[in-house]
Design a protein around this ligand. Structure first.
Ligand code: MF3
Ligand code: CO
Ligand code: CO
Length: 288
């Protein structure tokens, strides 16, 4: 990883911090520049505080939902429980009525070969299932977005592999985050791990800026890309790699227009955190 005192990557022979290190003369220029050039909202102190509070609640709700996910429970019952928890904590579930057609439930529940955006229904969880639960809550207009996998009872080696790989992809890509890192470097970490574990990386869905909106710029692709935007303090975004045991391609259900499944029916897994870039590093805002 390039540090502030290394020679700049551009070949100027200047130190990185005096050259392409993304620090403008006046710090107050940065939000303006990022908004104008990329549509990225650099959050101020007050916004960061609000987003942090929302993220903590999202993490708590997700944790309670995961504890409730057992064989015999339906994903609809998890959605009911999610509604109860959102009420209890005074937050709004962002997925409900989001998008077009409006998403019909308050959380996403993605089972086995469902890559993302699964809709809670009367399906009972059973031994051997893997389930992603994705919670996004809104508190005073601020968003927190996080998801996790649950393994129900004994699962196959293939399912275990894809769950563990998706977790490692998320956590190892978070480790590199610091001001000056470019967006494309996140995917490089994820692709490398996925390859080592004989898994594929979904490219039809991406991580995203989040905080004052649900899905803000920039996009954070998990698969190889060339996005050169440097991370700067005050950016808040998700990383949420969807990792498949087989082919990376997914198809969206033509009936509900939401449920995305792997085309080869092999299992898929995903973990997601909302991250803040700080002056020297990062914070995982949706950590418990
Ligand atoms: N929470 C998902 C994400 O990580 C988005 C879900 S959109 C919905 O970005 F409408 F399906 F809920
Ligand atoms: Co997200
Ligand atoms: Co999410």
């Amino acid at each position: 990883m390039i540090s502030r005192n290394d020679p700049c990557w551009c070949g100027s022979n200047k130190k990185f911090k005096k050259c392409h290190y993304p620090q403008l003369k006046s710090n107050s220029d940065l939000p303006k520049t990022y908004l104008k050039d990329y549509g990225i909202i650099i959050k101020n102190k007050k916004q960061v505080e609000g987003i942090k509070r929302s993220c903590k609640i999202a993490a708590k709700i997700l944790d309670k939902l995961c504890s409730r996910a057992k064989a015999g429970v339906t994903t609809l019952e998890l959605d009911d429980f999610a509604n109860e928890l959102h009420k209890k904590y005074g937050v709004i579930p962002a997925p409900l009525n989001y998008g077009s057609p409006p998403f019909p439930k308050s959380i996403c529940t993605s089972l086995n070969d469902v890559v993302c955006h699964g809709i809670p229904d009367k399906t009972k969880l059973k031994d051997g299932d893997i389930l992603n639960i994705d919670v996004t809550c809104i508190l005073d207009g601020y968003y927190g977005d996080t998801s996790r996998m649950v393994m129900i009872g004994d699962v196959t080696e293939e399912k275990k592999r894809v769950v563990e790989t998706s977790y490692q992809c998320l956590m190892d890509s978070i480790k590199i985050l610091t001001p000056g890192i470019k967006i494309f470097e996140i995917a490089n970490v994820i692709e490398k791990i996925a390859k080592e574990k004989d898994c594929s990386v979904v490219n039809q869905f991406v991580g995203h800026g989040v905080g004052v909106g649900f899905h803000e710029p920039p996009q954070i692709p998990h698969s190889y890309n060339n996005i050169q935007i440097p991370l700067v303090p005050g950016m808040t975004f998700t990383i949420e790699p969807m990792i498949n045991a087989g082919l990376r391609e997914c198809a969206i259900d033509s009936g509900d227009k939401w449920t995305a499944k792997t085309i080869d029916s092999k299992p898929s897994a995903q973990f997601e955190h909302t991250i803040l870039i700080t002056e020297n590093s990062h914070e995982i805002l949706t950590a418990l």
